[in-house]
Design a protein around this ligand. Structure first.
Ligand code: PLP
Length: 390
């Protein structure tokens, strides 16, 4: 029996994953729908995190606080032990979330009207954040190769040459769970340097490495180009703490740090909720074995779901190297996305994410979150089969 076998009651807790499906999917009643959509796990956080939060609550005084030395050190140690990456304390800037960090980078380091490049299909805020801040989004498609998506560097360079100001990289990649190798990352850095492009590297999924895959922080291999990179990281995806809202940027270039600090100053942001740094520190100092157990569990969930779903004609799934999301290819079926979603929701009573949420290149794919108990995976697989067999 694993701690992850436990099923937690999340319905009626104001959970986005469990309680917002009616709004997200336009349903009048979503009470019988199984949510396997947004990237939020069903698992309880490590005991060390809940214990630290409880102890903090028991202090009963919640005045203004700052992030202490121990929390800062826990980030440095985590990056060192988990990713063999040495970072400096002064390079760390905090944020309430990685999406907020992306927004701060865009507003602080680019100007209205500037072009921002992304590699699609990709996490929706990569489109929305620059667009909402009056920047032009240029979407450069990844190309399919042996069941995964890869960079076509000719097309990528062509895009970069069009006066691009910033590139947002998803490392590892969501959706799809591609863990970019060092050669790919070096080529991204080389080309962005050639066209003097800022790189914002979203590495929120970096701790979720499946079957021994290795995450390479982009800045770690950037050599002399390190100052053109802002790395965005967080313990929230790793330890299921998204509601705690804590993230950080690693910014080696002092001028960029000053600009980012000025943006915080202008909007009155910048300090963390007093519980956020407590959760971060507990997760990073005491959460390692919890994470290792989680990764083994997720890998087994993936194996089961892939084996079962690939028995359905027209379904293909490549096991991801990172994250807990399956990118399900149903392009061989004569089903358009609307019909597929209708079947899943109405017949299967199952909420997955339609691929086009990640861009046009996602058409014919579904994203399925497998960070749940094995019982839930079995239920989800059954619901998927029911939807397709109808
Ligand atoms: C690539 C990526 N970046 C950022 C986020 C969200 O980060 P946050 O909750 O810290 O804003 C997600 C959540 O799924 C994600 O997949």
């Amino acid at each position: 029996m694993s701690i992850f076998d436990q099923t937690n009651k999340r319905r009626c807790t104001n959970s986005v994953k469990w309680d917002a499906m009616d709004k997200v999917y336009g349903l009048t009643d979503a009470s019988d729908i199984l949510p396997m959509w947004v990237a939020d796990m069903d698992f309880t956080a490590p005991v060390a995190v809940t214990k630290a939060l409880r102890e903090h609550a028991e202090k009963t005084v919640f005045g203004y606080s700052f992030v202490g030395e121990e929390a800062l050190q826990s980030i440095i140690d985590w990056q060192n032990t988990r990713h063999n990456w040495q970072i400096e304390k002064d390079s760390i800037l905090f944020c309430n979330g990685v999406v907020a960090a992306l927004a701060n980078c865009i507003t602080a380091l680019t100007n209205p009207g500037d072009k921002v490049l992304i590699s699609s299909p990709v996490y929706p805020p990569f489109y929305n954040i620059p667009k909402s801040n009056a920047r032009e989004v240029i979407s450069c498609p990844l190309v399919e190769q042996d069941g995964t998506f890869v960079f076509d560097f000719e097309v990528f360079e062509q895009a970069l040459s069009q006066n691009i100001k910033a590139y947002i990289l998803c490392n590892p990649h969501n959706p799809g769970g591609y863990v970019w190798d060092e050669a790919t990352l070096k080529e991204i850095v080389r080309l962005c340097a050639k066209y003097d492009v800022l790189i914002i590297s979203d590495e929120i999924h970096s701790d979720l490495m499946i079957d021994g895959a290795t995450h390479t922080p982009l800045a770690k291999i950037a050599g002399a180009e390190i100052d053109r990179i802002i790395t965005c990281m967080a313990p929230t995806k790793t330890f299921n703490l998204a509601g705690i809202q804590v993230a950080y940027m690693i910014v080696t270039d002092k001028r960029k740090r000053l600009k980012l600090e000025a943006i915080n100053m202008a909007s009155g942001q910048g300090s963390l909720n007093t519980f956020a740094s407590v959760a971060l520190q507990a997760a990073y100092t005491e959460g390692s074995s919890w994470l290792d157990e989680l990764l083994t569990y997720i890998s087994k969930n993936m194996d089961y779901a892939i084996k079962e779903l690939e028995q359905l004609p027209g379904i293909r799934i490549t096991k991801p190297q990172g994250t807990y999301l399956l990118w399900i290819d149903y392009r061989d079926l004569a089903l358009d996305e609307k019909e597929m979603m209708k079947r899943l929701l109405e017949t299967g009573k199952l909420a997955l994410e339609p691929g086009t949420k990640y861009g046009e290149e996602g058409r014919g794919f579904l994203r399925m979150n497998v960070a749940c108990s094995f019982e839930t995976i079995k239920d989800g697989v059954q619901r998927f089969k029911l939807a397709l067999q109808s």
